[in-house]
Design a protein around this ligand. Structure first.
Ligand code: NDP
Length: 387
C-alpha cells in the first residue's frame, strides 16, 4: 500500500539518505511536502523527481527562484516560516524531521500537532523544547520514532522490553577526528580538518558538533527525553569504529547492542518501515574485515562538551535551549573562520553560565529564549580573551 510522506530538510544529508531509500522503493511512497531553507533549485529538482505535491523554502526571499525552477509542473511552491509550518501540518503517514538546528522546532511541532508519525532526526528541537514537545505529542496522539543512529539503536534494543527493567543506557560515540590530539594541538585545528569525520558523512553543523563532542552532549539530553531511565543511568562510551550504535543494559546485566554500517540509511529505514523492516541498498556489515571493536572512556578534560550538556539538563528549565542556541552560533562562527576550534565549547559554556533560570511553558517561550541566547553568544564572540 502506498504511504504518504513529508520531508522537512529535504536538501540536507538526512534528506538525501531518506530520498535514496524512497528512490529504491518508489511504489511504496507518495511524497507530499519537501522543504529546504534556500536551496531552491536543488529542492525543485527533488520535487520534480519525486513528484511532490508541494515544495517550500523557509527563506521567503528564495521563493521566486523556487517558482521559476518549478515552472511547467503542477507542484505547488511556497515560502516563509508560516508556509513551512503549514506544509508540515498537512496530514501524512510519516514526517521526517531533518531540518538542522532549533529552526526545525516550529515545523516539527506543527507535524506533531497534526497527530502523525514523526521520524525525528532534528535533535536540537528535542534538546531545546523536550518537555513541551513531549506534552504536545501526548496531547495530539502523535508518535515519535528516533532517527538519530544512537537513539534508534536504543529504541531497537528496547523492543519487547520494559524501560523499568533497564539499568543503564550506553550511548556510543566515535570520539570524532581529534580524540588522540593534545590540548595544544586542538587549538590549531582548522575548519577543513574538523569537517572530515572519520566514519560518517553528514551536514556541516553536526560534523563540527561531533568533533567537539557537543553532538554527544546533545544526544545525552535527547536520550534523557526519549528514554526516561534517569540521567545517572545514561553513560557515554567512546567506540571509534562506530559499528555498535548504542547499547542497553538490563537489570540482570544482560547487554543488548545494535550494530550496523555507519550509514544513516539504516536507522532511517528502520523508522520508515516501522514496525516492519525494509530492504536497503547497503553492503552487509563485514565484521571479519573490521577485525576489532574498541572502547574507551570519554576524555572530558579535552572535550568538556558532554559535561556542559549534562550540567545544562541537570539545571533544567531553559538551560538546554540556551546551550543549544549558543552552540549553534559558535559553530557558525567557527565555520566562518571567526573563532578557533576550542572556543566553540568555551562560548557555549560562557553563555550557559550567564543563564538566569526560567521555565519555558510554550514553544514561543523557548523560541524567545533561543533568540536571547543567540544574542548573548554573539556578544561573547566579541570577547577575544576567552580561551
Ligand atoms: P544538513 O545541513 O545537511 O541539512 C539541513 C537541512 O535543513 C537542509 O535541507 C536545509 O536547507 C534545511 N534548513 C537549514 N536551515 C533551515 C532553516 N532555517 N529553515 C528551514 N530549513 C532549514 O543537516 P543534516 O541533514 O546533517 O542534519 C539534519 C538534522 O539531523 C540535524 O538536526 C542533525 O543533528 C540530525 N542528524 C543528522 C545526521 C546525519 O548523518 N547528517 C545523523 C543524526 C542526526 P538548505 O539546503 O536550503 O540550507
Amino acid at each position: 500500500m502506498t504511504r504518504t510522506i513529508s520531508l522537512l530538510g529535504a536538501t540536507g544529508s538526512i534528506g538525501a539518505s531518506t530520498l535514496d531509500l524512497i528512490r529504491h522503493n518508489r511504489a511504496d511512497w507518495q511524497v507530499e511536502a519537501l522543504t529546504a531553507n534556500c536551496s531552491a533549485s536543488a529542492l525543485a529538482q527533488l520535487a520534480r523527481e519525486f513528484d511532490a505535491r508541494i515544495a517550500v523554502v523557509g527563506d521567503e526571499s528564495c521563493l521566486p527562484e523556487l517558482r521559476a525552477a518549478l515552472e511547467g509542473t503542477d507542484i505547488e511552491a511556497a515560502g516563509g516560516s508560516a508556509a513551512l509550518c503549514e506544509a508540515a501540518a498537512r496530514p501524512v503517514d510519516m514526517t521526517v524531521a531533518a531540518i538542522v538546528g532549533c529552526a526545525g522546532l516550529a515545523p516539527t511541532m506543527a507535524a506533531v500537532e497534526a497527530g502523525g508519525t514523526i521520524a525525528l532526526a532534528n535533535k536540537e528541537a528535542l534538546v531545546s523544547a523536550g518537555d513541551i514537545l513531549k506534552s504536545a505529542i501526548e496531547r495530539a496522539g502523535a508518535s515519535l520514532l528516533p532517527t538519530d543512529s544512537e537513539h534508534n539503536a536504543i529504541f531497537q534494543c528496547l523492543a519487547g522490553n520494559k524501560v523499568r527493567e533497564v539499568r543503564r543506557i550506553i550511548l556510543t560515540a566515535s570520539g570524532g577526528p581529534f580524540r588522540t590530539l593534545s590540548a595544544d594541538q586542538l587549538k590549531s585545528v582548522t575548519r577543513e580538518q574538523a569537517l572530515k569525520h572519520p566514519n560518517w558523512d553528514m551536514g556541516a553543523k553536526i560534523t563540527i558538533d561531533s568533533a567537539t563532542m557537543m553532538n554527544k552532549g546533545l544526544e545525552f539530553i535527547e536520550a534523557h527525553h526519549l528514554f526516561p531511565v534517569g540521567l545517572e543511568n545514561i553513560d557515554i562510551l567512546v567506540h571509534p569504529q562506530s559499528i555498535i550504535h548504542s547499547m542497553v543494559e538490563y537489570r540482570d546485566r544482560s547487554v543488548l547492542a545494535q550494530l550496523g554500517p555507519s550509514d544513516m540509511r539504516v536507522p532511517i529505514a528502520s523508522c520508515l518501515a516501522y514496525p516492519e523492516r525494509m530492504e536497503t541498498p547497503l553492503t552487509p556489515l563485514d565484521l571479519a574485515m573490521i577485525g576489532e571493536l574498541t572502547f574507551e572512556a570519554p576524555n572530558e578534560e579535552l572535550f568538556p562538551a558532554t559535561r556542559i550538556a549534562r550540567e545544562a539538563i541537570e539545571a533544567g528549565g531553559a538551560a538546554p535551549a540556551v546551550l543549544n542556541a549558543a552552540n549553534e552560533i559558535a559553530v557558525e562562527a567557527f565555520l566562518n573562520e571567526r573563532i578557533g576550534f576550542t572556543r566553540i565549547t568555551a562560548v557555549a559554556e560562557s553563555v550557559l553560565a550567564r543563564y538566569m533560570p526560567s521555565q519555558p511553558a510554550t514553544m514561543e517561550d523557548v523560541l524567545a529564549i533561543d533568540a536571547e541566547a543567540r544574542d548573548h553568544a554573539r556578544a561573547v564572540l566579541e570577547i577575544p580573551t576567552l580561551v
